[in-house]
Design a binder for this molecule. Structure first.
Ligand code: PMP
Length: 401
């Protein structure tokens, strides 16, 4: 008898399938705008120099490979809290022992979302979760598979425009107590972010309807800057007694494979924070026991050292500016084809991704006729563009428009 007889094959992740098709394509003119990693002008995903320096230091200073605690590296936790909530956040000041926010280190932002899902299911039973339509597909599966009822609020409509009115109207109908997942910046997959005015309006609904916000913060520093991107997170942390934040160091430290992230909990008081944290440590014990150490040690070494920190920020600024240049460059390259206005939103969007507004049929033709690879939804990884080849890409887009 075969124990595995009944195990069927499931289709692979469509984005990873796209990567394989790209690799197999012999065309020298091929362009990969699929998977969401930053690439430099040479098409590489580099290790940041500040990370290399931190790793060299760690190599000589590390003294043990013993387990870290359930909440991970404490120094990483404190430094990350300050990066996310701000150096002078009142949530961290409190009187002695009065801190209202704490970090639980997780394997990447994905791990933070998974831990959040288990926390909601076990500790706040019956709460539904509301995701933007569309959202990062893994949001859908993480919360559904953890046992939560998953619902959606409108975000970007069929006209490829941010639908704030639709979003707010939907949130007005969300049952009190439910959880609303918001993208802090660099919305994945659309690239459309809320304006500050929009955030105030969302805050108002969240407060009135007594919803619990969960802010996914996977791209701090990739939108408008480290501080600017944290603006909405800090607004919610200042205005609300309770908040969940999932933070990822994959993109801004380029630590993708080191699986470095955290769940940050803001509670009404220190005592309640400790209650929640006790539950998180217990849930994490069943998921991964203790988190991986290396990436967090690198982040702590960088954020804890003013010189390394400055170097890291300079490198991060350069990455963000490159993506912004590519956005503007592509719109300019579309100008001679009379398409600059139609695609003007690409320069307005933020982060790695752009909902281009191209249809699945146009995406298919781009792949088959010009070896340009992007996700069927028309999502392009702008950070995967080649500055020298924007003209070629614009011409390929013009051929299918
Ligand atoms: N949230 C969003 C919106 C993302 O785009 C990503 C990465 N693609 C993550 C969370 C998770 O990032 P990681 O697990 O790689 O840190």
């Amino acid at each position: 008898m075969s124990h595995f007889q009944s195990v069927a094959r499931v289709p692979g992740d469509p984005i990873l399938g796209l990567m394989e098709a790209f690799r197999a394509d012999p065309s020298p003119a091929k362009l990969d705008l699929g998977v969401g990693v930053y690439k430099d002008a040479q098409g590489r995903t580099p290790i940041m120099a500040a990370v290399k320096l931190a790793e060299q230091r760690l190599l000589s200073s590390e003294t043990t490979k013993g387990y870290t605690s359930g909440h991970g590296d404490a120094e990483f936790g404190e430094l990350l809290l300050r990066l996310v909530l701000g150096q002078d956040s009142p949530l961290l000041a409190g009187q002695r022992g009065g801190q209202r926010a704490g970090t639980t280190q997780t394997p990447g932002g994905t791990g933070a979302l998974r831990l959040t899902a288990d926390f909601l299911y076990h500790c706040l039973p019956g709460r539904g979760i509301w995701l933007s339509d569309p959202t990062w597909p893994i949001h859908e599966t993480i919360f559904a598979e953890a046992g939560l009822a998953v619902h959606h609020y409108p975000y970007v409509g069929a006209d490829n425009r941010l639908d704030v009115e639709g979003m707010l109207a939907a949130l007005e109908q969300v049952p009190s107590g439910d959880v609303v997942l918001l993208h802090a910046c660099c919305h994945n997959p659309t690239g459309f972010d809320l304006s500050r005015d929009d955030w105030y309006r969302v805050l108002d609904v969240v407060r009135r309807r007594e919803l619990l916000p969960l802010i996914d913060f996977a791209y701090q520093g990739f939108g408008d800057g480290l501080e600017e991107d944290a603006w909405a997170v800090r607004l919610f942390a200042a205005e609300l007694p309770e908040l969940l934040i999932t933070s990822s160091c994959s993109k801004n430290f380029g630590l993708y494979r080191e699986r470095t992230g955290a769940l940050i909990v803001c509670a009404a008081d220190h005592d309640k924070l400790l209650d929640v944290r006790s539950q998180l440590a217990s849930l994490a014990r069943n998921l991964w026991s203790t988190p991986p150490a290396h990436g967090a040690a690198v982040v702590a070494a960088i954020l804890g050292d003013p010189v390394l920190s400055l170097q890291w920020q300079t490198e991060l600024d350069a990455m963000r500016e490159r993506v912004l240049r590519l956005r503007h460059g592509l719109v300019e390259a579309l100008q001679p084809f009379g398409l600059a206005e139609r695609f003007a939103h690409i320069a307005v969007q933020r982060g790695m991704f752009s909902y281009t507004g191209l249809s699945p049929e146009q995406v298919r033709r781009l792949r088959e006729e010009s070896s340009v690879y992007m996700v069927g939804s028309g999502r392009a990884n702008v950070a995967g563009l080649d500055e020298q080849r924007l003209g070629e890409l614009a011409a390929a887009i013009a051929r299918v428009c």
